[in-house]
Design a protein around this ligand. Structure first.
Ligand SMILES: Cc1cc2nc3c(=O)[nH]c(=O)nc-3n(C[C@H](O)[C@H](O)[C@H](O)COP(=O)(O)OP(=O)(O)OC[C@H]3O[C@@H](n4cnc5c(N)ncnc54)[C@H](O)[C@@H]3O)c2cc1C
Length: 537
């Protein structure tokens, strides 16, 4: 998948719809529109998922917190919102099972009341998922909780409640939604920024865009522009009319990554209410542990930095429940992301689809989607494309089919193909497992490249191999070292030092791939990656 071909496509066509933003929301809309037969383009100013969509807690979830709020306020909308997300959870796991897995999560309880309270609530959570339920909610006694979490403080511990959600690789999921959309006819490029909405008689007729690397500008013709820019929604809204009120309330969430000491490999822990009323997750992810998250007001910015206060907050609160407070030196990686929360006030005046996401259509014809969560990306996309079809009187060739779609890599995937992969290519089991869980049935293609001489690990202690770099350059529109080490491979999100260590090796390899057209000098790409991975990702 060459970016140049996509850029040529963006220059030479008129589109039914142009989407601004290549995070989960924009990618989902591109896939939905393409599969309904619309001619669709998408531009992303940086890399796919480089903002919020690669910085999540990695949960595919209905939202236990919302269920509690629904009970407390007897709020039917909140119930339907959890119901919908639980339904979407099942669909999303099914769309790309190789990128996700079922994750039991334990809530430790410290009184009989808590035990009953969480068990009954989470039983309802399980039932609400209907035929898409994962594993049953169960009660655990004190010794079972201690067996799974030996580092948990035992004082006053009465037992636990185990419930289930899904966990996934957010950046790779985003990428394969993009690649599946391209396979279905969408024209999509990263590193193309929307600069201006072009209008005639007050109505949108195109978007002026710029290739971030070459600085070339052109207009993509279309009557329908969708802003799916998450935390950056207001900047596009103000491009349309500087007087519009803002629609998004940005809130920053931090995650820390630790060595896998604090959870078993396939079970997470949730502290439902810290002393200041927040949720604290301690979750296994890719042989590490993620600790998160915070929720603080912020200003919108690209690549938000992890505030020192958030690091202290997370470690300190984990220490209140664990016998051992993790040290700062144990943190192997950290990131912050901005939640694109839709502002309360905008609901009344807009085409409100649910309390969580909001679709607004401006008089010039700009469609803006804000809010939502990763788990609901498909439903948000369906709602947006339904609105487009209605408002612009478009006749789609097909109805929405994304509920049943298999994303690329998922068509022939089942975990058992790992044996075939190992036998055919004689590769180590841990690498075969990693390839299968990263590329699904395309793992065979990556293994073939490895067999042709690209089988070295890029760094000790992690299963990433050289063949993945070749694959990412040729097939995944990877442009920079940061794209490669943060999102095609998740090394930087797991271990910043190891990602820094890998830079020279990756750089040498990339320079030898004939298909790679470096967007800038390799020295600049190296420096950029070095400085990014130094503090956080
Ligand atoms: C800390 C945290 C934890 C979370 N955890 C979970 C979770 O576990 N499960 C879950 O379901 N949800 C979770 N979420 C929510 C979820 O991550 C977001 O709802 C989702 O990723 C938002 O996707 P998006 O595409 O709307 O925004 P983004 O991913 O931010 O994408 C917007 C894109 O628009 C691009 N853009 C902006 N301006 C322009 C322009 N002018 N031209 C071109 N492109 C432009 C940006 O570069 C960006 O890539 C979490 C969110 C946060 C912050």
């Amino acid at each position: 998948m060459q970016r140049k071909k996509q850029i040529d496509g963006l220059k030479s066509n008129k589109f039914d719809v142009v989407i601004i933003g290549g995070g989960a929301t924009g990618a989902g809309i591109a896939l939905d529109a393409a599969t309904r037969g619309l001619k669709v383009a998408l531009v992303e100013r940086e890399d796919f998922s480089s903002e919020t969509s690669s910085r999540s807690t990695k949960l595919i979830h209905g939202g236990v917190r919302y269920l509690e709020a629904a009970f407390k306020h007897l709020d039917r909308t909140q119930f339907s919102f959890v119901y919908e997300a639980l339904h979407e959870r099942g669909i999303m796991i099914n769309q790309a099972p190789y990128l996700s897995s079922v994750l039991p999560i334990i809530i430790p309880v410290y009184s009989e009341f808590e035990k009953l309270y969480f068990f009954s609530g989470l039983k309802v959570y399980e039932w609400m998922a209907g035929k898409r339920r994962l594993l049953p909610t169960t009660l655990l006694n004190r010794s079972e909780v201690i067996k799974y979490f030996p580092l948990l403080k035992e004082k006053n511990l009465k037992g636990g409640v185990s419930y289930c959600d899904g966990t996934f690789d957010d950046a790779r999921m985003n990428l394969i939604v993009v690649l599946t959309a391209i396979n279905r006819g969408a024209v999509i490029s990263n590193y193309v920024e929307a600069k201006e909405l072009v209008k005639k008689n007050g109505k949108i007729v195109g978007v002026r865009v710029e290739d971030v690397f070459s600085k070339e500008e052109w207009v993509i013709e279309t009557d329908v522009v969708v802003s799916a820019t998450g935390p950056f929604t207001d900047s596009i809204l103000k491009m349309d009319d500087p007087d519009y009120d803002s629609m998004v309330e940005p809130s920053l969430g931090t995650h820390l990554v630790l060595e896998p000491l604090y959870t078993p490999p396939h079970m997470g822990l949730l502290i439902p209410k810290t002393e200041d009323g927040r949720l604290l997750f301690v979750l296994p992810w890719q042989e590490h542990v993620i600790l998160g998250t915070t929720d603080v007001e912020t200003k919108t910015e690209f690549h938000p930095k992890v505030p020192d206060n958030d690091v202290d907050y997370l470690l300190e609160h984990m220490g209140q429940y664990y016998k051992k407070t993790p040290l700062k030196t144990e943190i192997t990686s950290k990131w912050a992301g901005i939640r694109p929360l839709a502002k309360e006030g905008v609901f009344g005046s807009t085409a409100s689809i649910s309390r969580e996401h909001v679709i607004r259509i401006t008089p010039s014809g700009l469609i803006v989607i804000a809010g939502g969560k990763w788990t609901s990306y498909r439903k948000m996309a369906e709602d947006v494309v339904d609105e487009i079809i209605k408002v612009f009187s478009i006749n789609p060739k097909s109805k929405c089919i994304t509920k049943d779609i298999k994303l690329i890599g998922a068509e022939r995937y089942k975990f058992e193909i790992i044996e075939e992969l190992q036998n055919t290519y004689k590769i180590d089991k841990s690498i075969a497992k990693h390839l299968i869980q990263t590329y699904g049935d395309l793992a065979f293609e990556v293994a073939k490249i490895a067999k042709d001489g690209y089988n070295e690990k890029i760094v000790d202690g992690y299963p990433y191999i050289e063949a993945e770099i070749v694959w990412a350059i040729k097939n995944e529109m990877s442009q920079t070292l940061i794209d490669l080490l943060s999102r095609r491979m998740r090394l930087a999100f797991l271990n910043q030092n190891k990602a820094q260590e890998a830079i020279d090796h990756v750089c040498d390899l990339v320079s030898k791939i004939p298909e790679y057209e470096s967007p800038m000098s390799m020295d600049i790409l190296k420096m950029e990656a070095m400085s990014r991975f130094k503090y956080d990702v």
